[in-house]
Design a protein around this ligand. Structure first.
Ligand code: 1HN
Length: 350
């Protein structure tokens, strides 16, 4: 056998592959360098969605299909490098959801977890396990894994928000379950704002009292703009910005001090006017929303002009530089929480 090793046996190898194929056997040596790359090589591309044009398409969809009929009236932000995947990064989903005055998006639950980041409108609600959150621009609202949720708009203006879910991750593990509640709205289980009162002020119900929300490991699901914006403002007034991130604060789960949900990390940052961030790359492909300000983002060798409500995706290991033309406020979410649990997260700061 070894006699043949150094000969040109390409034809014999091809014959071997052809014979093995029906038995579902393949040679590793033909694919090894693609399987185990020295650094991440995402198929995802950096991309920007201009809010105003996405909004126009979403409103046109609003004329043609109801939230009830669609179940969720959402335009998927699909990464152009991942066609047909309904994914914005290899592990995350993003979409823009519209709910018109008087509409209800019916109650359901599923194993993918979701965040909402409000972009437009004020006063519509998401109910999580029957507790309503009244949503305002740039509020962060969570619907953790397997919690019932429905949305409704009792105001007289359209509401639009960004949905961020870990759907590709859940599909990767073949662990997707979902069900509909018979009623379109969950019966009310608590007064609006109840969980925020109990868990959203660096406090919690006294142990052993009857006031704990269930599930205990995921008690808070509303992070109001008013709170996080004030925190960033105070921080920026007093501290020196991190050269790579600017002033950056991560949202926490008060139950354990960890990420907001098991797979997803979310943060906000403030870059002072004129601030240029030093180049940084990280393994967590990240979805950004511009909350305020104007900036130029350079992702690897591509440049993007950003203004309020625009959305930008930065894939894994692509270098990001931000140049704030005016004071810039960003929201971002990624799969960093999942990667840290798996021992995979890395970053490189130039
Ligand atoms: C979902 O449940 C919502 O509850 C939005 O608003 C988008 C995309 C895929 C699967 C479930 C929602 C979704 C979703």
């Amino acid at each position: 056998m070894s006699l043949h090793l150094n000969n040109d046996n390409t034809a014999q190898l091809q014959e071997l592959y052809a014979e093995m194929r029906p038995h579902s056997l393949y040679p590793l040596w033909e694919v090894l360098s693609m399987l185990v790359t020295p650094t991440p090589r995402s198929s995802a591309k950096p991309w920007k969605w201009d809010y105003d044009s996405a909004r126009d398409y979403l409103l046109r969809a609003g004329d043609l299909i109801s939230a009830e009929k669609a179940e969720r009236r959402v335009l998927i932000l699909e990464n152009p490098g991942l066609p047909g995947s309904s994914s914005i990064t290899t592990s995350l989903y993003a979409g823009l959801q519209l709910i018109l005055p008087g509409e209800v998006a019916p109650c359901h639950r599923h194993t993918p977890c979701a965040l909402r980041f409000v972009l437009e409108g004020e006063g519509a609600y998401t109910a999580v396990d029957g507790e309503k959150v009244i949503m305002r621009p740039f509020d962060l609202v969570l619907t953790p894994n397997w919690q019932w949720h429905d949305h409704g708009n009792d105001t007289d203006a359209p509401m639009i928000w960004l949905d961020g879910l870990d759907i590709p991750t859940v599909l990767h593990f073949d662990a997707s379950f979902a069900e509909r509640l018979e009623q379109s709205s969950h019966p009310e289980t608590a007064r609006p704002g109840d969980s925020l009162n109990r868990y959203g002020h660096n406090m919690r119900p006294m142990r052993g009292s009857s006031a704990d929300r269930r599930p205990a490991h995921q008690p808070l699901f509303h992070y109001p703009y008013k709170q996080w914006r004030a925190a960033l403002r105070e921080l920026a007034a007093a501290a020196v910005p991190d050269p790579h991130l600017g002033h950056a604060l991560e949202f926490l789960n008060p139950a354990d001090g960890g990420s907001i949900m098991p797979t997803v990390t979310a943060h906000v940052r403030l870059l002072p006017a004129g601030f240029a961030s030093a180049p940084r790359r990280a393994t967590d492909g990240t979805v950004f929303v511009v909350v305020e300000g104007r900036a130029r983002a350079t992702v690897a060798d591509q440049e993007f002009e950003l203004q309020a409500r625009d959305l930008l995706v930065v894939p894994s290991w692509q270098e990001l530089r931000l140049m704030a033309e005016s004071e810039l406020i960003l929201f971002g979410y990624s799969d960093r929480a999942a990667q840290e649990k798996l021992g995979l997260f890395r970053e490189a700061r130039a």
